[in-house]
Design a protein around this ligand. Structure first.
Ligand code: GLC
Ligand code: CA
Length: 557
């Protein structure tokens, strides 16, 4: 209870009781093990985050979302959770979590933590108990165990494959198999089980009581499963049967779970928030984002889009309409810990197969780094101008590229191992941040880092960028500071009669965002420039550049 009392008055830096803070927040994703290492063991940690609160404040973000920092054997970068209500001792302690949270709040920054409800790790007490218990036992009901086929159960219950490659069933040696949609170290929970449901309500309250403001819900679309026999084949699953009919994905019953969670969120003042990671078709997303459910859902459409004005414009239009439908605000994401960084994506020819490109160690084709970064800055400034919340991924404010040439012996991603090396995986976007332009880990820690920091990161180091007003970091700071003043109601109006290579709109208050996706400059409307993603030259918007303008001739709101 003491923590509750302490928490009651820590919010000095936060606008108290603002229940809508999330609607247009800039949320900065921290991948804790790669952010900042305070004790030189090569692993980023919570005190490392606390030490960087001034940096986050100066950057101007409204919230941080922390990828999992719970005890974990790291079979999947921490998304294999041993204990949902503790901190990995390599990353810190609960007391250090409280310190970090208090420091962030004092700086006016909210805290969002990652909840991984689809699966535990295989080291979780429940799973250990299930393994030690016989087939048909209560302990096995919390997971998805099935009898194997064949005389002695020696064959998997179905031919399903897991997301990271290989079969989705793992035998436990007594004729039973368990389901893992991801790695074998990530057994799927049985969400039809009441104890499972209760346990997660306890976990949500545990973190909410500790002052956490919101939750990011991992694989939110997969919790409810229809395991009725006979199990369908993988070919049946692959058939496009979205819309509630797929046995494993996006089932309508999943929302019963989130309605229960919402009641817990609403026990708090302000209510705790949540954002769903739900890889579902756009028209199904509103269900996750509904105010009776999680309240917001990630929109990954731009993260998957190529550099093209018409594509961006139609994605924006569609998602703003979806947000109006759900009552949520829209979300915008260009990078996260699962995808090739956008500064690199935009430097590759349109349509490049990123898996094949990673397999070539990033050499075939060679990305045009300068162009990639130029476009990345323009795309970021465009998304920051949109109504809704923007999710930034650590390091994008430095313009970091993907590290595509990590040697096989340092790779950690289960995708790499489970695909037999066919897919290199996601480590290249999880390389530790360069804080300083000197030292063996460029200021991340001391002499080692759990993934090597390449010498080429020196030119992206924070200390360098802080000394350069044209740097990507300086640009992000300007953009976020401007956004803080400009962001008003969640609407926009498209500017008419613009060239086909341009995405341009006006926001309430009479400011406009104009992005030139083309390779030659375009005319700029009359107005006062607030911020631009690249230096301007006269009164035109240069190629591959975004400009924010206070219009001289603003339409009346
Ligand atoms: C989500 C996470 C990803 C993880 C997976 C399994 O997609 O973002 O990193 O591997 O879930 O938990
Ligand atoms: Ca450390």
């Amino acid at each position: 209870m003491t923590s509750m009392t302490v928490l009651g008055n820590v919010a000095a830096g936060l606008p108290e009781k603002d229940a809508t803070w999330w609607r247009q927040a800039v949320v900065y994703q921290i991948y804790p093990r790669s952010f900042a290492d305070s004790n030189g063991d090569g692993i980023g940690d919570l005190p490392g985050i606390t030490a960087k609160v001034p940096y986050l404040r100066e950057l101007g973000v409204d919230a941080v979302w922390l990828s999992p920092f719970y005890p974990s054997a790291l079979a999947d970068g921490g998304y294999d959770v041993d204990d949902y209500r503790d901190v990995d001792p390599r990353i810190g302690t609960l007391a250090q979590f409280d310190e970090m949270r208090a420091a962030l709040h004092a700086a006016g920054i909210r805290v969002v933590v990652d909840i991984v409800p689809n699966h535990t790790s295989n080291r979780h007490v429940w799973f250990q108990e299930a393994l030690a218990s016989p087939p048909g036992s209560r302990a096995r009901e919390r997971y998805v165990f099935r009898r194997g086929l064949g005389e002695h159960g020696e064959l998997p219950p179905s031919d399903w494959t897991s997301t990271f490659g290989g079969p989705a069933w793992h035998p436990v040696g007594d004729g039973d198999w368990y389901l893992h949609l991801f790695a074998p170290e990530q057994p799927d929970l049985n969400w039809a089980d009441d104890e499972v449901r209760e346990e997660f309500l306890t976990t949500l309250r545990f973190w909410a009581d500790r002052g956490v403001d919101g939750f990011r819900i991992d694989v939110a679309h997969a919790l409810a499963k229809d395991m009725a026999e006979p199990l369908p084949s993988q070919a049946d699953l692959d058939a496009d049967i979205w819309g509630g009919a797929h046995p494993l994905q996006d089932r309508d019953e999943v929302h019963d779970i989130y309605r229960e969670w919402r009641r817990v969120f609403d026990e708090y003042d302000p209510p705790r928030t949540a954002v769903a990671e739900a890889w579902v078709p756009a028209h199904r997303r509103s269900r996750y984002a509904s105010p009776e459910g999680l309240g917001q859902a990630f929109n990954f459409d731009l993260l998957e889009a190529s550099w093209d004005a018409a594509t961006f414009a139609s994605i924006i239009d569609k998602n703003l309409a979806l947000a109006r439908e759900s009552g949520a605000s829209s979300t915008w994401v260009l990078s996260n810990h699962d995808v090739v960084r956008h500064a690199t994506r935009y430097g590759l020819p349109d349509g490049t197969d990123l898996v094949a490109w990673l397999r070539s160690d990033g050499t075939d084709p060679l990305p045009d780094e300068e162009r990639g970064r130029r476009r990345a800055r323009a795309a970021t400034l465009l998304t920051l101008a949109l109504p809704g919340s923007a999710y930034l991924y650590q390091g994008e404010e430095l313009g970091l590229p993907e590290v595509a040439d990590l040697p096989a012996d340092v790779l950690q991603d289960p995708t790499f191992f489970r695909s037999g090396g066919e897919q290199k995986g996601r480590d290249g976007c999880r390389v530790p941040l360069p804080w300083a332009s000197h030292g063996p880990t460029l200021g991340f820690g001391e002499d080692r880092a759990h993934l090597p920091v390449p010498a080429s990161f020196e030119r992206f180091a924070v200390d360098r960028q802080e000394a350069d007003t044209e740097s990507t970091l300086a640009f992000y700071r300007r953009a976020l500071a401007a956004r803080r003043h400009l962001q008003t109601s969640e609407t926009l109006e498209w500017l008419k009669n613009v060239p086909a290579t341009v995405v341009a709109f006006v926001r309430p208050g009479g400011w406009a965002s104009i992005t030139n996706f083309g390779t030659t400059s375009v005319p700029m409307p009359a107005g006062e420039v607030v911020v631009s993603s690249a230096p301007l030259d006269g009164d035109r918007v240069p190629a591959e550049t975004t400009v924010w303008l206070r219009l001289a001739d603003a339409p009346v709101d």
